[in-house]
Design a binder for this molecule. Structure first.
Ligand code: GLV
Length: 318
């Protein structure tokens, strides 16, 4: 039986599935392991089921025992792993695409609604009993007829587009390449970021974090947005330069933000905390029972597939 280190606690049924198929090292207390602890605990193991909270940088990967052949990441994003460093050591890295598309898109839409309709202020006022209905109370931005700019029209971006279209939004997107018309569903393609941002009444950041996308939303690019735009991020905090976004909120260049992900999570820039216009969630994108179960099962299946066939269809560093 292959020995697998599972760095974070999974839903019970998934841990049971893993333990049927492998000799598992579980993390019952869901402790956040340091990089050196992951290295230490992986001694004698054949693979590691990692989570987005595990920073598997080149230094860590280079210190893993030779027996480790696979890092099966429990996420669709794999910005936490230096996939090239893993490749150099002959370690396969896999992810969990598809199964979390719907749940993450739901949160993407919640961010758009929450930011546009001033949900953060509304919730606070309802809790404080500090409100009365009036014709001009907490007036927000209506989605119908607004232009939604999607940065990264992959699976999640396409699903957000589909729901947003049904809410009457007009869809624009920027991607490395133009999609076919079936996937585009009438959305307008922009071959550069500036062009997309200039028509984004609402922006939804859906692209993976990579060397190319780090700090893509920054002091300079925020200026391309229309005045009073809404910025939402359901992808990764690394794509946004927080200081620039907070400063844009301060001077009302940006009307509101809807964020589920942050640089250096679980910490987040305190500037967001005091902003009325910040609708913020604690990285809930894939957090439903169905989805977390499907993700963990897929992460386990990826390991199985790899050890039984020598390959895995969800490999990201081939
Ligand atoms: C969640 O953020 C994921 O990448 O799966």
């Amino acid at each position: 039986m292959k020995k697998i280190l599972i760095t974070r606690r999974l839903l019970k049924a998934c841990e049971e599935k893993a333990s049927k198929n492998f000799e598992t090292h579980l993390n019952d207390n869901d402790e956040l392991y340091s990089q050196s602890k992951v290295i230490e605990m992986s001694k004698g193991c054949d693979g590691i089921l990692t989570s987005l909270t595990d920073k598997m940088d080149a230094e860590t990967i280079n210190k893993l025992p030779d027996s480790i052949k696979i890092l099966s990441n429990f996420a669709v994003g794999f910005g936490n792993i230096d996939i090239e460093a893993a490749k150099k050591r002959g370690i396969v890295v896999t992810n969990t695409p598809d199964v979390l598309t719907d749940a993450t898109a739901e949160i993407g839409i919640l961010l758009i609604l929450g930011a546009c309709r001033r949900a953060a202020e509304g919730i606070q006022s309802a809790k404080d009993s500090s409100w009365k209905w009036s014709a001009d109370y907490l007036i927000g931005k209506q989605l119908t007829g607004s232009r939604l700019g999607i940065l990264g029209m992959g699976r999640i971006g396409q699903k957000i587009a589909k729901i947003a279209r049904s809410l009457g939004m007009i869809i624009h997107y920027h991607n490395r390449s133009k999609l076919n018309s079936e996937k585009e569903q009438g959305a307008t393609y922009h071959d550069n970021l500036k062009s997309l941002l200039s028509v984004s009444d609402v922006l939804s950041v859906c692209c993976p974090a990579s060397k190319e996308t780090i700090n893509l939303i920054n002091k300079e690019t925020i200026e391309y947005l229309p005045k009073g735009a809404v910025v939402t991020n359901v992808a990764r905090g690394d794509i946004v330069e927080d200081e620039a976004l907070i400063e844009a909120l301060d001077r009302r260049k940006v009307y509101a933000v809807g964020l589920d992900v942050y640089k250096g999570e679980p910490k987040l820039n305190s500037g967001y905390l005091k902003h009325k216009g910040a609708f913020i969630l604690p990285h809930l994108g894939s957090a439903t029972k169905e989805t977390r179960t499907a993700m963990a099962n897929l992460a386990i299946d990826n390991i199985e597939e790899f050890f039984s066939t020598g390959k895995c269809r969800n490999t990201v560093n081939e």
